[in-house]
Structures are given as C-alpha cells and as structure tokens.
Design a protein around this ligand. Structure first.
Ligand SMILES: [Zn+2]
Length: 182
C-alpha cells in the first residue's frame, strides 16, 4: 500500500471511530443545547468521514492506474528489446534470387556478415513476419530442385526446369501473386 493510501485509510478509520463516539454521545446527552451540539459534532464528523472515504476511493483508482502504467512500461521495454534484436539480425541478410529460371527468392547472409555460420537461405515470407526460418531441402520435383519452409510451407525453386519437360508447371502457393506482388 502506498503512503497516501495508507494515510487516507488511517484517517477514514479514525473518523469512523469518531463518528461512532459522536453517535453514542447523541444518545447520552438527552435534550437541549448539549444534544444540539452533539448532533452538530456528529454531522461534522460524518461529513469528514465521507470525505475520507471519497479520498480513499480516489487513491485506489490512482494506484490501479499506476500499476497499469508500470505493466505497460515493462511491456514496451520488452518490445523495444525484441525490435532491436530483430533489427540486428535483419541487417545481416539480403534478398537473393535463388534461381535463374524462376522468380524465386530467399534471404541470404550478406558478404562479410557470415561470421561462423554456414551459408543458408531464409524463408522470405517468415522473414517479413520477423521470423528466421531456414529453408531446407524440399527435394527434386520433375527435375526442379526445391527448398521448403517447414513453418509456412513456402516452396522455392532453385534450378532451371528440365528442357525436356517444357509444359511442366510447378506453381506453388506462393509463386503466383506471391510476396513480391503484395
Ligand atoms: Zn516460411
């Protein structure tokens, strides 16, 4: 409990006790001027108690707002850290054409950014969604080598089609109107 709330809660508690004492006094003093004064005291203490209760409610609301803002702050710090981490990764890669024969692309490490990492190709769709997903061998389909994303299912063609199968169409779900045209 914060100090202001503690103070106002203590105040409300004291005023409640004072109000009860004032109410008891009213029943004890009988009639006449003494009773009038006792009633006046009771009214004043009642008003003070109500004010303290209102202040207590306001303090609870302030405390709630403070907690909400603190949680929001923690969330934003985490988001900024995540953004920075991604930015550091993102700038190490460049979009690369994977095949002479197809409009087939993936992200590969820029020259000089390899470090101790082996060459690899990242899924362009997952990359746009700020995820690093390495394309792995999708096998050869009718003479066309492919790389596949195990996350989103994207298939990239990485070699020219066989000249003996000119009519073969290996359109994948991303190749037509895919990410380049979005
Ligand atoms: Zn993917």
């Amino acid at each position: 409990m914060n100090t202001d709330l503690q103070t106002v809660t203590m105040m409300a508690g004291s005023l409640k006790a004072a109000l009860e004492a004032a109410q008891a006094m009213v029943t004890l003093v009988g009639t006449g001027k003494a009773r009038d004064q006792a009633l006046k005291v009771q009214d004043e203490v009642f008003n003070a108690h109500q004010t303290a209760l209102t202040a207590q409610v306001a303090q609870f609301a302030l405390l709630d707002e403070k907690r909400r803002l603190e949680a929001e702050h923690v969330k934003l710090i985490a988001q900024i850290a995540e953004h920075d981490t991604w930015e550091r990764e993102r700038v190490r890669y460049k979009i690369t054409r994977l095949s002479d024969g197809y409009e087939s692309f993936g992200y590969t490490l820029k020259p000089g950014a390899e470090g101790d990492e082996d060459p690899h190709t990242l899924c362009p769709h997952c990359f746009e969604a700020r995820k690093k997903r390495v394309l792995t061998g999708g096998g050869s389909v009718l003479g066309v080598e492919t790389l596949k994303c195990s996350d989103c299912g994207f298939v990239a063609k990485v070699s020219r089609p066989m000249t003996s199968s000119p009519s073969v169409s290996l359109q994948t779900r991303h190749d037509v109107g895919g990410w380049m045209s979005r």
